[in-house]
Design a protein around this ligand. Structure first.
Ligand code: ZN
Length: 490
């Protein structure tokens, strides 16, 4: 029996490409949507090209989604042919993404070695651009001079001014014009498949479909819309739906120790069919199940990216915090049940809609990293603290109850500030000062509040670390009760 050969692929520069757009104005949400869609098409087109050129069956695509793939290819595949495919795809990607996205490919007789070769390839990004057939091609690096750069991406020469929603003229380059056109069409498209002529990406034509077929994939991701006009909501309009403080939250979530788990699952079964079902069920969970859930129950949440083993969402801050709990539960009863041990962590960063969303994405990433540094991972980092998913509902729930109490006049809002100062400064929390503040500010008849305050002292006495969760609940309540001044919305 001949041995198989494995081809690993990985896209880099994804986040910079998707988020690297002009952020001022109402068009930010539209541009992000078009770019994340184009990115999905790049992935489909690259995979399709490789499958067609090497005559690969679907069963041999072992891992896909999340900006990478692993394919089993015929053992007698000519390496020269693979090199050709690689440089061809890289060249087209370079042109069509304005030099932002790179595809690295590595192949070997085991998935692990293929992956290692791919890492080496990644270090030589751009190398193939410098090689033309048989020699060096110094022109490969040269971009045209940027006298008047595109005002959207600032990466390519501007070609045409386009009037935006607010009437502002914005200079676009060729690829940003394409993305803009795509973005406008996206609202109408439902399914796509290779073939036809609706749109061409990396030399692969795609057509749009009204219904799902075996080769089709769902176009675009869930985004909030006006109920009457079906026009997408702007980030400002999404923020306006938040509880009191009109802030957005960016949620970034991904599977903990993904690389380790992939290695274990691959080791369990040499035919890699379990690895394949693992990859597909994760991709389906993030790319489909969660999307359906948003459409059904969380219509105010905007999807920046969903697929592979991760998720990037934006929504009204309090809605996103609630949704995070649902996401963790769905994951636990879904993929985590089938492929245990498998956990998920999330970072949630709050931001104003006026600030470019990429800053909050960076913050959410840092928070996610901090959650993953804790032993056991499986956590959510937000509101200046992090907690295990088991505590998510109590942390958010206490925040809501406190806000409700303030709104109902049970306790003054200034008490929240004092309690937060206590929680932040005194470690361990001073029970005497805590009780003093409660007695002084909340009448005895509000027994619920007093019961809650006693309960807090009990759990913090048992576990001093949980004072951080208390602080998070207090911050939640402060945001949810922040006085709104006329005209202030950030
Ligand atoms: Zn541009």
């Amino acid at each position: 029996m001949s041995k198989a050969v494995y081809l690993a692929g990985d896209f880099s520069g994804i986040q910079r490409y998707v988020l690297g757009v002009k952020s001022a104005g109402k068009a930010q949400a539209k541009r992000l949507r078009a770019r994340s869609f184009l990115l999905e098409l790049f992935e489909h087109a690259a995979l399709w090209t490789i499958k067609e050129r090497l005559c690969i069956a679907d069963d041999d695509v072992l891992v896909r989604g999340g900006g990478g793939f692993l394919i089993r290819i015929p053992p007698d595949t000519d390496p020269v042919r693979l090199e050709e495919i690689r440089s061809g795809l890289q060249r087209k990607l370079w042109d069509e993404s304005g030099g932002e996205i790179h595809l690295s490919l590595g192949w070997a007789e085991t998935p692990l070695t293929a992956r290692a070769r791919l890492e080496v390839q990644k270090c030589r990004i751009g190398f193939s651009m410098l090689q033309s057939s048989g020699g060096w091609n110094p022109e490969g690096w040269c971009q045209p001079p940027l006298d008047k750069p595109c005002e959207v991406c600032r990466q390519a020469p501007g070609q045409q001014s386009v009037q935006e929603d607010e009437g502002e003229e914005v200079l676009h380059c060729r690829s940003c014009l394409e993305a803009r056109k795509l973005g406008e069409n996206l609202t109408r498209w439902k399914w796509m498949r290779p073939g036809g002529s609706s749109v061409r990406v990396l030399g692969v034509a795609f057509e749009t479909l009204e219904i799902q077929t075996p080769e089709s994939f769902q176009v675009g991701r869930w985004i909030p819309r006006h109920s009457d006009s079906r026009e997408p909501l702007t980030f400002q309009e999404i923020a306006a739906q938040a509880r009191n403080d009109r802030r957005l939250a960016v949620l970034k979530a991904d599977v903990d120790d993904m690389g380790v788990r992939v290695g274990q699952i691959a080791g369990e079964d040499r035919s890699y069919s379990r690895l394949r079902s693992f990859s597909y069920s994760l991709h389906e969970f993030f790319g489909q199940t969660i999307q359906e859930l948003l459409a059904k129950s969380w219509p105010l949440i905007y999807t920046l990216y969903a697929g592979g083993d991760d998720l990037l969402l934006v929504g009204p801050w309090n809605v996103v915090l609630d949704f995070a709990g649902t996401l963790a539960r769905e994951f636990e009863t879904g993929p985590a049940q089938e492929y245990s041990p498998l956990t998920l962590s999330a970072g949630i960063a709050l931001t104003s809609y006026r600030v470019p969303i990429r800053h909050a994405v960076e913050c959410a990433e840092e928070l996610l990293e901090s959650a993953k540094e804790r032993p056991g991972k499986n956590r959510c980092a937000a509101l200046g603290a992090d907690w295990s998913w088991r505590q998510h509902k109590p942390v958010v729930g206490d925040g809501k109850r406190l806000a409700d109490w303030v709104e109902a006049g049970v306790a003054p809002r200034s008490l929240l500030h004092r309690l937060l100062r206590l929680a932040e400064s005194a470690k361990p929390l001073s029970a005497a000062r805590w009780a003093y503040q409660i007695e002084r500010n909340v009448p005895r008849r509000h027994t619920d509040f007093h019961r809650w305050a006693n309960h807090v002292l009990e759990y913090i006495e048992r576990d001093g670390q949980r004072v951080n969760e208390l602080a998070a609940s207090l911050r939640y309540a402060l945001l949810a009760t922040r006085p709104q001044k006329e005209g202030r919305d950030d």
